[in-house]
Design a protein around this ligand. Sequence first.
Ligand SMILES: NC(=O)C1=CN([C@@H]2O[C@H](COP(=O)(O)OP(=O)(O)OC[C@H]3O[C@@H](n4cnc5c(N)ncnc54)[C@H](O)[C@@H]3O)[C@@H](O)[C@H]2O)C=CC1
Ligand SMILES: CC(=O)C(=O)O
Length: 352
Amino acid sequence: MKKASSLCELGFDANGASSGFFRPVSDDATPTSHRRRLTKVSVIGAGNVGMAIAQTILTRDLADEIALVDALPDKLRGEMLDLQHAAAFLPRTRLVSDTDISITRGSDLAIVTAGARQIPGETRLNLLQRNVSLFRKIVPALAEHSPDAILLIVSNPVDILTYVAWKLSGFPVSRVIGSGTNLDSSRFRFLLAEHLDVNAQDVQAYMVGEHGDSSVAIWSTVSVAGMPVLRSLQESHSSFDEEALESIRRAVVNSAYEVISLKGYTSWAIGYSVANLVSSILRDQRRIHPVSVLATGFHGIADDHEVFLSLPARLGRGGVLGVADMELTEEEARRLRQSAKTLWENSQLLGL
Ligand SMILES: NC(=O)C1=CN([C@@H]2O[C@H](COP(=O)(O)OP(=O)(O)OC[C@H]3O[C@@H](n4cnc5c(N)ncnc54)[C@H](O)[C@@H]3O)[C@@H](O)[C@H]2O)C=CC1
Ligand SMILES: CC(=O)C(=O)O
């Protein structure tokens, strides 16, 4: 007797109907008008970062469908199967993968993590030329298949690549966002929370500017439970000086270099950071995140400098809904302009 080799041959069909498990209750159990619109997220680049993001999106139940794209077919299929095998422990999410970017068709959100990463000691800016070449292939194709999507850029150097993605996609500026210093701000909050022995979620603190070596810590707005930290330090005459503050900023900047020198790449924190942004966007939460946005005209950045860097932005279903014109000290604004200058000079070399 011939053995059945698949569930279909045993009499199961894709809807479970002929198996006898379920009997239809009407000809159209869910009228089209009652069906919820499904949310599709694509992740381009199924490496360390892409997979950390995909698995965090899965566990947080942020999408109905996740499409994974990578240039390496075996690795890609392996990653997809490995996640699919966790289906019994996760919210129901359709997972698909392909090396062909057309699988992203109809995405609500496309997250780009493809590309070269730093080797120990290398700066993010060193990756620029290699990753721009990749973006020239990826971004126009993404825009063609999902003209209404929001693009969320993660590949480094993230600020300049967000500018590149904006130029190559032709999308409105509200729909092109870089993950920016959302991660640096989390590292900043972690270090401050450790120092003050409180929960990092109770520390309000922003790093802005470049996601990289010239990022700026906005000390004037750091607060815990609504209390400005700098003022408390001054009033309690605790020993602190500019150098102590700068050493904390440097520790934030060095965080990535340290992790890369220890394990070769960073992944978990960026996974949570991006899933946090995805939640604000797709669930229209209107939370404020420091992310990479077009910063022209803010804090004295020249009107003819099209530069993306991180500023606190209100995120929702439409993408960037607004950018906070936060109050900065003269020194903070000067550092931000310096950060903008570095990014602008590098992006000018691309001739876009
Ligand atoms: N913005 C941020 O805060 C962070 C950014 N990153 C950046 O994310 C990027 C990815 O880092 P990792 O995942 O660690 O690197 P990885 O090497 O593990 O993954 C990169 C993936 O991109 C794929 N890829 C290459 N060309 C492709 C193409 N044309 N289409 C689709 N996929 C392609 C590769 O096959 C690889 O799987 C790097 O640029 C890294 O610097 C990493 C951590 C944090
Ligand atoms: C690699 C990188 O950009 C980060 O972990 O901050």
